[in-house]
Design a protein around this ligand. Structure first.
Ligand code: ZN
Ligand code: ZN
Length: 244
């Protein structure tokens, strides 16, 4: 079979689809033109600490000035809203592991500064009961792929959940902070001691989880924590401020 024919057959069996609406699109693209217009990629002016979208005459948002987060920066690729919901649902609950490569590529390409001088990549851990229910830890899948792209070591088990915390989605911001206090425990201090750590999450909502985990990493001797997530809510009342 010639290469061209083989390619045609492969395209018929495994067509290239839009990661959002799953319509068939040309090879070399990740999104169809309709979806790429709708997805809110966070490329506008943002807070130089937490990454929330702010007006373009200031550098740091009010929340970060009042209460500086333990991480140095937090960056996300796109807003988690009704337009990007499908992308996250496909990724979180179905076996679309092909998406991991695409999403990690996006995270890497638009956040090159996060990788500058960084030394290790660590995912936000899932408690093993939830890992069992969900099958995969999406943050870990992204972190592993980012490690391949950046050539930085991936340390999956450096941080563990110390107890089975109630799912964050069902709690108010105050309850989330309480729920997460001491929710993480470093199991391998040596690998993060004096290091610049990139902490990877799939979706950041209020930021309480990444704050708590970053604090534990710093308490364990890391020099700096930079948080990178695929998506984030932009209208929550935690550290993420409403788009202005
Ligand atoms: Zn689409
Ligand atoms: Zn901020």
């Amino acid at each position: 079979m010639s290469f061209l024919l083989l390619e045609k057959v492969t395209n018929l069996i495994f067509p290239n689809v839009c990661v959002s609406c799953e319509c068939i699109i040309d090879k070399g693209y990740d999104l169809c033109s309709e979806c790429s217009k709708k997805i809110n990629f966070l490329t506008e002016h943002y807070c130089n600490v937490c990454g929330s979208v702010i007006s373009n005459n200031i550098y740091t948002c009010g929340k970060c000035i009042i209460n500086l987060p333990p991480f140095k920066v937090l960056r996300s690729v796109f807003a988690y809203d009704e337009h990007s919901k499908n992308m996250i649902i496909n990724f979180k609950f179905f076996d679309n592991l092909n998406y991991v490569k695409i999403y990690a590529k996006w995270m890497y390409q638009v956040n090159q500064d996060i990788f500058q001088d960084a030394e290790v990549i660590i995912p936000i851990p899932l408690h093993k009961m939830r890992l069992f229910k969900r099958k995969y830890n999406q943050a870990a899948l992204l972190a592993k792929e980012l490690s391949k792209l950046s050539n930085l070591p991936y340390i999956p088990l450096a941080i563990k959940r110390s107890r089975n915390t109630t799912p964050q989605a069902s709690l108010s911001p105050k309850q989330r902070e309480k729920n997460l206090k001491k929710a993480f425990k470093t199991s391998n201090k040596e690998v993060i001691k004096n290091k610049i750590v990139i902490l990877v999450d799939d979706v950041v909502t209020t930021g309480a989880t990444v704050r708590s985990c970053s604090q534990e990493i710093l308490n364990s001797g890391a020099r700096e924590v930079r948080v990178l997530s695929l998506a984030r809510t932009v209208n929550d009342c935690g550290i993420i401020m409403q788009k202005s």
